[in-house]
Design a binder for this molecule. Sequence first.
Ligand SMILES: *Cc1c(COP(=O)(O)O)cnc(C)c1O
Length: 389
Amino acid sequence: MLGKLRPVGSRVPRPAALAASNSLPWSRFYVTEYTASGTEALSMAIDIAITRKPKVPVPEIILPAYGCPDLVAAVIAQGGAPVLVDFMPNTPFMNVDCVRDAISPSTVAVVAAGFLGIPERLESLSEVCEDQGVFLIEDSAQCFPPASSEIPRADCVVLSFGRGKPINLMGGGALLIRNELAESSGAVLERYPVLTVKTNIQWRIKRLLFNLLMARVPYWLLEQLPFLKIGETRFHQCNAIRRLNLPSDLVAGGIDAFKRRPVIHTVYDRELEAIEQFGWKRLGLRNADNTRIDASWPRIRYAVLAPNTELRDRAVQALNKAGIGASCFYRAILPEIEGLDKWVECRGYTNAREFASRLITLPCHEDVTANEVAIVAKVLGELSSCQSA
Ligand SMILES: *Cc1c(COP(=O)(O)O)cnc(C)c1O
């Protein structure tokens, strides 16, 4: 087939009429403040956590050792010190014992990031946080709806409406604050300026262009332009933190489109079962790794761990040659990402490092068909069986 299936990203929705039944999934437990990005929402959440412990001279924030570099940007924008924690083996989950050990009198918050639509284990993390009087932030930039909309375990929740996130509004984010904390957090939020988004004619043209460029051939062409550096992980400092006046019909349209998106990750679950005999691991399966994952929602990417790095790299190459936008994602743990070494200490993180070296993400958006999932299964199956032969 011509062109290439983009690795991630759904079309920008049309603004929708906000029906009464269409209230926000978390509205019983959280108040919503829109922000200019997910990073900015996270930074505000960290500000709230720091403000609650005013006597701590250098506030520490616990983050997973492998993840989005924006996590570190959000922390240092508030003068906080990131403290990294390793994963459990072969999972994207922080080791809860390591989280407990990492908590010091200076710790103000733990950030639980749901990786690729696989929510963190908020149940055990909230126990640790409550015990120690530490703020729990659910970073749900890659998961929708956030786990806390069902049971409000996190004090704050972060959403992103950027490109490549569950709901793509061409930018923006949201900070959800637990009802009990809303009043006391008001003064913190008021320090941040408010921008306004208008869905005017410029916005509509931008949306059309954005959506056109997602098709196979335009995506392939864009990828040929080296200066765009599509898909590269880079660290950007978070220089401005702003609230956003976001039209509610736009958010409603996004949630609507998300709910109507076909669920393709269950097709991957089925098709890739056979390669587990060669040492591959499918991530995000229901009831796996002591988690209860709701598989009925769409995901932004499908994640698998290869048996080793060599096979991972060959698989990514072969899949891309076959027109499938497979990716190694962030490629390295946070301390090894350029520009981050001076902010985070590098010691160990064996499991996170291993995870980074074996991860492949596969497209899971609305244009992925069962046919393409079958191609993925065939390519991975052939590579694995010829390696083990
Ligand atoms: C993308 C992302 C962010 C940042 O969101 P932006 O809207 O891009 O600033 C934060 N955390 C995680 C886990 C992300 O994937």
